[in-house]
Design a protein around this ligand. Structure first.
Ligand SMILES: C[S@@+](CC[C@H](N)C(=O)[O-])C[C@H]1O[C@@H](n2cnc3c(N)ncnc32)[C@H](O)[C@@H]1O
Length: 457
């Protein structure tokens, strides 16, 4: 029986649903989702919304906390920061819930059961805090309408929670940089961008960090216009955080909230950084994709290498290759690697990275995978690496990959839903999902990476 809005009841949390990170309770058999609770918690809940198949509840009181609940280390967690939603769970619990949600998605979307595949496990991140090498903070109005610099609160993209610290990246440096740029904006009476009114000057503070070189580059994004007092800004920034090796002014007039590099101006230093994964050194431009968890990236690339089973004779096609991340990692074990990437800056980096590492058997071409695949059907490849963005491939792109007829595909995905959908299409095209594992590149969030081996039947 459906509960009524406003009804209050006591119950035990029986399940946990990702990606929202909500506990599941049953009220006379009817599912009620509640934020901030975990399985085993006994709590008092108020029903706030009733839908056809489920209701939403609000936690009124935690009567008996479950094991596995931990005290979040970040002071902004309780304020509803949207940066990480799982910090109140112990790390082993986070992994267990992610694993369960991964197999639920594989079953629901891809019709793949755990029993029918060789499952290698859910590998934890080598670093549980301070693991990110990229943070994109927002300038904007706080709830009180003042200038704030931080992240959006959960489900409130139009507001910015003023952050003093963030534990996803080196928290001491982040605290310094957030404080410094907030003070600079306030001192110079610069406004933060309001995504609803579409007005305001400063938009984002982009911080990228090299784990191997322990240095930062910073991007300050605004709408069209000059940053005032740049000489003072540079002098003070260099003195406060000497490991900042470059500052870039990014111009973004686009109405959407995503950070778009319409124009950029180097204010000092350089607009790229170097990162080392295993024996490969990568140059990464401020606007290029790079895996955000460098120690976790090493685990990921090693797993791809293992699944690719190369013995220096194979021709590899690395689709969605970014700055050459995976392709260059494999190049030494292959006869040749051809990378395809749409971002021209990343292609430039990939070519530079091949030169930097003396890997002249890696070639990178610029273009959209969907278009480039038609022109590649006459070439013979032994192995295809797929590492698409969250949207995955789609049926058309999968069909084109299938026509290449390669015996072995390694599919890397940051979205289990689109991955499961694409695996269905690959199955229709005659491929079998042989092996799978998950790697946690994103502790305290619902996200993780999947690495899968598909073989032609
Ligand atoms: C998840 S990243 C993978 C990067 C790389 N494999 C690595 O490990 O660093 C996806 C990459 O695909 C690129 N991309 C997105 N859509 C694309 C498309 N339709 N065609 C080609 N490249 C695309 C993005 O620019 C990004 O660099």
């Amino acid at each position: 029986m459906k509960p009524a809005k406003g009804e209050i009841f006591e119950g035990k949390v029986v399940d946990f649903a990702l990606p929202e990170g909500q506990g599941v309770l049953k009220k006379n058999g009817f599912v009620v989702f509640v934020g901030g609770v975990i399985p085993g918690d006994v709590c008092r809940v108020k029903i706030v919304k009733v839908k056809n198949n489920f209701a939403l509840g609000e936690l009124l009181e935690l009567i008996e906390p479950a094991e596995g609940r931990v005290e979040p280390i970040c002071p902004h967690f309780e304020e509803g920061c949207g940066g990480c939603s799982l910090q109140f769970l112990s790390y082993p619990q986070q992994l267990a819930f992610k694993e369960k949600s991964a197999f639920d998605a594989l079953q629901r979307v891809g019709k793949i059961s755990r029993e029918e595949i060789d499952y290698e496990g859910f590998f934890p991140s080598p670093k549980v805090f301070g693991y990110r090498n990229k943070m994109e903070f927002n300038f904007g109005p706080s709830q009180e309408g003042k200038l704030a610099l931080g992240l959006h609160p959960k489900k409130r993209y139009w507001e910015v929670l003023d952050l003093k610290v963030c534990y996803l990246m080196n928290h001491e440096k982040i605290a310094q940089l957030l404080g410094f740029f907030r003070d600079f904006a306030v001192r110079n009476q610069l406004s933060g961008y309001d995504p609803v009114k579409k007005e305001g000057f400063l938009r984002n503070l982009l911080i990228r960090r090299s784990e191997s070189e322990a240095e930062f580059i910073v991007g300050l994004a605004s709408r069209e216009g000059a940053i005032p007092k740049t000489e003072e800004l540079i002098r003070e920034l260099k003195s406060l955080v000497p490991s900042v090796q470059g500052l870039v002014h990014i111009i973004n007039n686009a109405p959407a909230s995503a950070l778009i590099f319409e124009k950029k101006q180097l204010l000092f230093g350089r607009d790229f950084f170097y990162e080392r994964i295993g024996s490969i050194r990568y140059k990464v431009s401020i606007e290029s994709f790079f895996q955000v968890n460098s120690p976790g990236c090493y685990l990921l690339y090693e797993k791809v290498k293992e699944y690719a089973q190369l013995d220096r004779r194979q021709k590899v096609l690395d689709l969605y290759c970014g700055s050459g991340g995976i392709g260059l990692y494999l190049a030494d074990s292959a006869s040749s690697v051809l990378g395809v990437e749409e971002n021209p800056k990343a292609v430039e980096d990939a070519k530079h990275n091949a030169w930097l590492n003396g890997l002249d058997n890696f070639i990178c071409v610029s273009g959209r995978v969907e278009k480039m695949l038609s022109g590649l059907s006459s070439q013979k490849f032994d192995c295809v690496i797929l590492d698409p963005p969250r949207a995955g491939l789609d049926k058309k792109a999968v069909k084109k990959v299938v026509t290449l007829g390669v015996p072995l595909i390694v599919y890397v995905s940051c979205n289990i839903g689109t991955f499961a959908r694409d695996v269905l299409f690959f199955r229709e095209g005659g491929y079998q999902l042989k092996k799978i594992c998950f790697i946690d590149l994103f502790p305290h969030t619902p996200h993780f990476e999947t690495v899968a081996l598909l073989l032609k039947a």
